[in-house]
Design a protein around this ligand. Sequence first.
Ligand SMILES: [Zn+2]
Length: 325
Amino acid sequence: MRIFSDLIGNDDIKNTLGGAISRNEFSHAYIIEGEDGSGKSTVARLASAAIMCQNRDTLPCKVCPSCKKILNDSCVDVRFYDAFKVDDVRKIKEAIYQSATESDYQIFILNDAHKMTVQAQNALLLSLEEPPKNVVFFLLCKDATLLLETIRSRAVLLRTTPLTKEQILRYADMHVDTGLPNDTLDKLATLSRGSLGYFKDMLDSGKSDALIKSRETALLFVCGMLNLDTGSANLVYSMFSWQRDRVKEIFNLSLLALRDLAVVKRSRGTPLCFFVSYDEASTLASRYSLKKILKLIDAITIGIDNFAVNASVAGVLTSILASCE
Ligand SMILES: [Zn+2]
């Protein structure tokens, strides 16, 4: 039997959850923990379809009427909630005790479950303790430790794992007609830091060209700040007249580049999040001391914090320049 064949990576989830569904021995509640864009909703959707699939050779088969509805988000028995408040949980509790309309199961998928108030979590608890038959919960969250221990103890915890760059590029190759050159895809896949959702956003938003340009600007900015030569000074001075959001974007990308430069000085095992190759990052990193790299990381981080309290672009850039002298 093939299970979750559309799910990339995440073998643990395939084995644990997929295996349980294929044996019809699944739990009534799962917590799916992982970063934004790491596939939590995809897992919940695929699992819902697999639970209700009318074929049993491939789970979910994606072609039976039940799979089609669930994967199109048009099945009334699979409901998504943003459960933050007691009132929302009350709606969920009311729905639980109505029987499924068109399926054997009722499935409740709670997005951002970690944002639920303590009162809301307590209100949900009873439903998790004594769920009506044929009800399944998927609580999606960034950090399961933000959920009450009493909630965690009543659900099976699953964790989505970041994908490798190769897995993301293979996905692009098989499923997306991007029309983008390979080196651009390579850069975007690196910047996505293992998140297929983030990678798809970059392609869908049509902003991939602008992002690649910003990436190049960030690289110039980083080299400029580390070298402090005349050419780079020109770029920094031109940034004085930029909008705050534009500068912030360059800062955030610069932090990724600097993080890679610091990483390659220590080990070769950690995945990079800016440079497409270790050699490129190592060659650049070898020109600067780790102390200098870390100092610039601190200065840019402080600059981003100062933007949050409305500091001016000129003020922030002046401070960073001063700290690099
Ligand atoms: Zn099916």
